[in-house]
Design a protein. Sequence first.
Length: 302
Amino acid sequence: MSGKSRLKPDSVTGKTLKMPKRKQILYASRFTFHFYSYLCSVKIKEVLCALEQFAPLPLQESWDNAGLQVGLTETEVSGALLCLDVTEAIVDEAIQKGCNLVVSHHPLLFRGLKTISDLTDVQRTVRKAIQHDLCVISMHTNMDNALGGVNARIAQKLGLQDVVFLTEKRVDGIVAGSGVIGTLPSALAADDFVLAVKRTFGVECAMCNELLRRPVRRVAICGGAGDFLLDDALKAGADAFITGEMHYHQYFGYEQQIQLCVIGHYQSEQFTAEIFQEIIEQACPGVRTEIAATCTNPILYL
Ligand SMILES: [Zn+2]
């Protein structure tokens, strides 16, 4: 029997009971290493590349900071935790689940950090991510504006048909756009429409204007803070407009023109992690992906 095979565990029990302690440790580390290599032959930069291929960075808005936030991309992926916001709790979940990559929708870093200490949640999150060799990638307005992005996913969840961008643009020859509009398979009375939206997004309450007295068929969508698209939705002939948040004064003056249905920022973008998961599973098979269990919505409904 060679020295190498003596280090193998019993094929049935998997135990290495009679092995001297030093060899057990040697075997454990070799085994762990090989097992790790088998699972993690993909580098973080390959995942980043796949995400950027789907949602190219030039599609992001000028004020945004999508892309790599923290970490080294030459490292192999041990797992990717997918979420909406990067908080300390999300970093803790990634560590606990053995994921060295966090992919979020909202960027961890919007503005430059002049201090990295423990004064703010962002500072603490950056410190913890670096301490634990985590990499953070964010796909924000580039994912909003990409074909098949955040709003297309919402439209799919609602079963809309013939979905197109609300305002289409071309960036570096790439077709992109803000918001989407599509048609319900059958028209719904406004109260039934609101019920269907609440059910789809799992919300107990939606903020709406006066119920429309005509049926809802054409539906415009902008996840997150989408009020800037309200007039475009109206011009495009939408019966209803779904978004995540809107200012109080913007609810005025649209009675019987368009059904406003505001469901919460976090709730409206909750399906974004599924898009990340599909991109990674398709482009980087074998990379373990986990949709975060931590709810990062800072708003409580009491
Ligand atoms: Zn958002």
